[in-house]
Each structure stands twice: as C-alpha cells, then as structure tokens.
Ligand binder design. Structure first.
Ligand SMILES: CSC[C@@H](O)[C@@H](O)C(=O)COP(=O)(O)O
Ligand SMILES: [Zn+2]
Length: 204
C-alpha cells in the first residue's frame, strides 16, 4: 500500500490535542512515518498545540539521527521503536493528559486492565465491552534508550496494541494512519476518564 506523507493531518491532530489541553506547556510529541527508513518528528521543546509543518524534522528510524541537525523530540527513541516494532504503525501520538498521568500512578502493577465499557470498541480489533483491555504501564525514565529496551522486551513477551502508559508521565499511542491514532487517543483517554471517575465514586 502506498500512502502519502500525512504531515498536514498530523499538524491538525496537534492543534486538536492542544485545544483539548492534552499537551500542556511543552509536553507531548507527535510523528508520522515516511517509509521503512524515515519518519517526521516534532521538534523538541515547542508548544505542540501550535506547530506547523515546518516544526517537524526527518529522523532515521534505525538510528534516531536527524539529518538536518535540528533537535527532534526528547522521546524520539520511543517513536522509532514503535515504527521498528510495528510495520503497520504510521502515526504516533504522545500526550500528557491528567487522566493518563494520574491513573498510571494509581496503577501499581505492570498493566492497567479495563473492562465493561462500550468505548473499548473505539480501539481497532475490539468487538465487545466484555473483553478486558490490557494497557502496559512502564515506569518513567529519563534514559529513553533504557525505557525503549524495557518496552521492546515487553513486546517480545506480550501483545502490545494501541498504546502504553508511562507512569506519572503520559500516554503514547499509535495507528495505521493519523486518523486511527487520533481515534485510539480519544478512545483511550475517554476510558481513562471513566476509570478515574468510577474509582473516585467507588473509592476503589
Ligand atoms: C514538559 S515536557 C517534558 C519532556 O521531557 C517530554 O516528556 C515531552 O513530552 C516533550 O518533549 P519534547 O522534547 O518537546 O518532545
Ligand atoms: Zn512526554
């Protein structure tokens, strides 16, 4: 399948994320795949809600190098890991939502389990609220290479679909295209919000 570079769709997604308040300050980073070898990543340190296509730079998926010499996201190594692990992933969105940040800290186990919600079907392949959705929660780390290798190790042992949480940090999710990555982000964020409210009300 040939696909044109989805940079315009990604810029639109960044605006939407910014308007939702899901990338406060300079939090969050976003990318799209160009091909097997290259992706386009948001430049480090910018407000991700007001990016233009000029704020994305080409990065080598195998090496994390940016030929332009500009500085790609601090979390480049997580985006390129996803492109290496999943050939069908073509867009990656990383956000710092309050729900992802708090729920990942409330989850003391290596995985968050979610069940009983119709909105689980917003995630590709999910067909019923009766299934249990498993979202891994990795301890945050400022050493992105170390974090990437922990995630890669998890993916060798267990299915890793849609996204993962970084404890006390945020959510990283992906899709076949920007539209699917957006749907996964919106679906997961809705589920996190519901889970948070249920826990508050039930005092779990
Ligand atoms: C307050 S931003 C913290 C960053 O280290 C990181 O977590 C992040 O999401 C944004 O980093 P960036 O380098 O701009 O892509
Ligand atoms: Zn982050």
């Amino acid at each position: 399948m040939t696909h044109h570079l989805q940079l315009t769709q990604l810029v639109d997604a960044c605006r939407w994320i910014g308007a939702k308040g899901w990338a406060p300050a300079t939090g969050g980073n976003m990318s799209v795949r160009q091909d097997d070898a290259l992706c386009w990543l948001s430049e480090s340190g910018k407000d991700k809600g007001s990016l233009t296509t000029d704020d994305f730079l080409q990065v080598e998926i195998a090496t994390n190098r940016a030929p332009s010499g500009r500085k790609p996201s601090a979390e480049t190594g997580l985006h390129t890991l996803i492109y290496r692990l999943f050939p069908q992933a073509n867009a990656v969105l990383h956000v710092h939502t309050v729900n992802a940040t708090v729920l990942s800290r409330l989850t003391k186990t290596p995985e968050l389990s979610i069940s009983g919600f119709e909105m689980q079907k917003s995630l590709s392949g999910q067909t019923t609220h009766l299934d249990t959705l498993t979202i891994p929660v990795f301890d945050n780390d400022q050493d992105i290479d170390a974090l990437a290798s922990r995630i890669a190790h998890y993916a060798q042992e267990r299915p890793l679909n849609y996204g993962f949480l970084l404890r006390g940090h945020g959510l990283t999710c992906w899709g076949r295209d920007v539209a699917e990555a957006r749907r996964h982000l919106e679906g997961l964020e809705f589920l996190f919000e519901c889970e948070m409210r249920l826990r508050q009300l039930e005092r779990l």
